[in-house]
Design a protein around this ligand. Structure first.
Ligand code: ZN
Length: 280
């Protein structure tokens, strides 16, 4: 997880991550973050000219209507219309990523919605498939307006839906509460597309493969599982850090010698552990 408290630095790190993980390419992608009334946004040609190795001082800062605060507003990403339209329409959105994820693009270029198949993807993106806008001229206001309609539709179906859509033959737009969220939305969509494509390539027509079994646990079922503090079954015998053979029982270690642990020994062992960590 990237430290998002330093906005300009985190935008540079996320840009590099997108590029290194094949989620965007040298031909495009752009990132922005809203901090109260200010918008931080990547410059034009971050991929083409810099292969996403951009520096913090290249990030441009404007107000919500692209009026300049820091840096040259003429250099603001060519996709700025969509970024600013999203911020103006969705007050809860504080970060946006436009990327060119290859596997996800295979779906939007076939005008296919992308269902969430992995459990992680379902938890992050929800059960609502990712849909595509109609093909639009890249960077146009028309594209921006179509994405706004798509996101409003997603929220109408589920007010908590992750905001992400496909642009046919082009890429993805993801919007969310912060930069880590929108990075995960983008990556999860691509991982999901990759899983579906590989599964089909490798197993379609294979008699042993069964595509029908999927329990699809609900969000409530998953959330209902109380985080267990127990990691061991009662009755398990083992040697503890003090060399005693003990039996684990009902959340407490029971010393087979029934003796109290000397605090001096605990301090000695803690000191040894810390010294070993320093040496590594
Ligand atoms: Zn693009």
């Amino acid at each position: 997880m990237v430290d998002i408290s330093n906005i300009r630095k985190s935008i540079c790190i996320i840009g590099k991550l997108l590029f290194n993980r094949g989620l965007t390419d040298s031909s495009g992608g752009n990132i922005s973050v809203r901090d109260n009334d200010k918008i931080y946004i990547t410059p034009k040609s971050s991929g083409f000219d810099y292969q996403w190795s951009i520096e913090e001082d290249q990030i441009i800062v404007t107000d919500l209507c692209k009026m300049p605060i820091l840096g040259d507003p003429e250099k603001v990403s060519r996709e700025s219309a969509t970024h600013y339209y999203i911020y103006q329409n969705f007050p809860e959105v504080n970060a946006i990523i436009h990327a060119h994820p290859v596997f996800f693009n295979a779906f939007n270029s076939a005008h296919m919605s992308l269902p969430a198949v992995n459990e992680g993807t379902r938890l992050i993106l929800g059960d609502q498939p990712i849909t595509n806008i109609e093909e639009s001229i890249p960077c146009s206001v028309e594209q921006a307006e179509k994405i706004i309609i798509n996101f409003k539709q997603r929220k109408k179906i589920d007010p908590n839906a992750a905001l992400i859509c496909g642009i046919p033959f082009h890429g993805s737009f993801a919007a969310g509460p912060n930069l880590n969220h929108v990075f995960v939305y983008t990556e999860s969509a691509d991982v999901c597309a990759k899983t579906i494509i590989y599964r089909k390539l490798m197993f379609e027509g294979v008699p042993e493969a069964d595509f029908s079994i999927h329990k699809k646990f609900t969000q409530q079922e998953i959330e209902s599982v109380e985080e267990s503090k127990e990691v061991c079954q009662s009755g398990y015998k083992y040697k503890d850090a003090f060399g005693n053979i003990i039996t684990y029982d009902k959340g407490r270690s029971v010393n087979s010698k029934q003796g109290n642990i000397d605090p001096d020994i605990v301090n000695k062992i803690t000191k040894e552990i810390l010294e070993n960590i320093k040496k590594q």
